[in-house]
Design a protein around this ligand. Structure first.
Ligand code: ADE
Length: 224
């Protein structure tokens, strides 16, 4: 899979993609991540990428020219399955969206800044708008990092234990059950007996009950 991320702050995205699972996925050729500095596409003499809002109002707006030129260049080089804009007014990111997008070949992610992008960028180029939560970040970069991470870990062979993405929270519509490792007893806080029973069916039942109870308590919206 290839992911092209357009941003005015590429340096913000360097460290999330250069460690651990993401780093390994890149090294193994399972994903290519390309960062594009929107400013370098600006034809403005001072390389500016934003301007005042028509109609007045606080906050600068990202101009269409550098974003359009960058997207047009990428589109002339290959076909894209999706051109995503990270924005607090997009659809809320969920596991189903990540699963769907992990099957794509090439995607572009546009990280907005300031007040956001000129509406015409959205009208002309954007095929999907995604929010990572009902709060406003100072830019789309962290959202782009969250989306990229959530997709890349689903690509075949990226996780060491092939089954581990399947048992994540949300993968079956429920939160994941509690997990334990050694020691069995930590200052009187003990591991539930069933997990030490060696009885796979009982363990599976316990995990399902725990998942259901936890989901009912914390995320009843997932059950309806
Ligand atoms: N940009 C600013 N806030 C955001 C959010 N909540 N999700 C995605 N992109 C954003």
């Amino acid at each position: 899979m290839r992911i092209d991320i357009l941003t005015v702050l590429p340096q913000l995205l360097e460290s999330p993609f250069n460690d651990s699972i993401m780093k390994r996925a890149k090294e193994k050729g399972q994903v290519e991540i390309h960062l594009h500095n929107i400013r370098s596409y600006s034809t403005h003499r001072q390389k500016s990428v934003d301007d005042y809002q028509y109609g007045g109002g606080a906050g600068m707006v990202m101009t269409i020219q550098p974003i359009a030129d960058c997207i047009e260049k990428l589109k002339s080089e290959r076909d894209y399955d999706e051109i995503v804009y990270m924005t607090p007014d997009g659809s809320l990111l969920d596991q189903a969206t990540c699963n769907e997008m992990s099957l794509m070949k090439n995607i572009i992610i546009l990280a907005g800044h300031y007040k956001g992008v000129d509406q015409r960028v959205r009208d002309i180029f954007i095929t999907r708008e995604i929010s990572i939560g009902s709060y406003v970040l100072s830019g789309g970069e962290l959202g782009a990092a969250v989306l990229t991470d959530a997709i890349v870990r689903l690509l075949p062979g990226v996780l060491n234990d092939e089954t581990s993405a399947l048992t994540d929270s949300f993968q079956d519509g429920l939160l994941a059950p509690p997990i334990y490792t050694r020691p069995e007893n930590y200052n009187g806080h003990i591991v539930p007996d069933v997990l030490l029973s060696g009885h796979p069916i009982k363990i599976e039942e316990w995990r399902n009950e725990q998942s259901y109870a936890l989901t009912k308590k914390r995320r009843p919206d997932l059950l309806s």
